[in-house]
Design a protein. Structure first.
Length: 105
């Protein structure tokens, strides 16, 4: 299962970047990609269905000037022997924010 969304950046070469979001996910195999490059994996949480904050560093060279594509790939649920209708993790996310820190601020 794949989700894709896009955003624009004017000057990606300036500053230190970080992607922040809130999520509900259960498997450690759900991955985040930026422009086709792996940023990292989403953290797991308990089964309380509460929102968890996640933060991933974004290398400036992963960003492009102009349009950028963020992809979240839902991981496979364990064990892999489950029925084919329930093999994917259920990932909910909200509040996606790409932020930049310039200099020491």
């Amino acid at each position: 299962m794949v989700w894709r969304g896009g955003f624009y950046v004017r000057n990606p070469e300036q500053g230190v970047w970080r992607l922040r979001l809130e999520l509900q996910s259960h498997e450690p195999t759900s991955a985040v990609f930026l422009n086709g490059r792996l940023l990292g994996y989403l953290p797991t949480k308990d089964w309380a269905y509460s929102w968890v904050s996640a933060s991933l560093p974004v290398p400036a060279n992963f960003l492009r000037q102009g349009y950028n594509e963020l992809t979240i790939l839902a991981g496979r649920a364990a064990p892999l022997s489950q029925g084919s209708a329930s093999i994917w993790d259920e990932v909910l996310f909200r509040g996606i924010l790409l932020e930049r820190r310039i200099g020491g601020r």
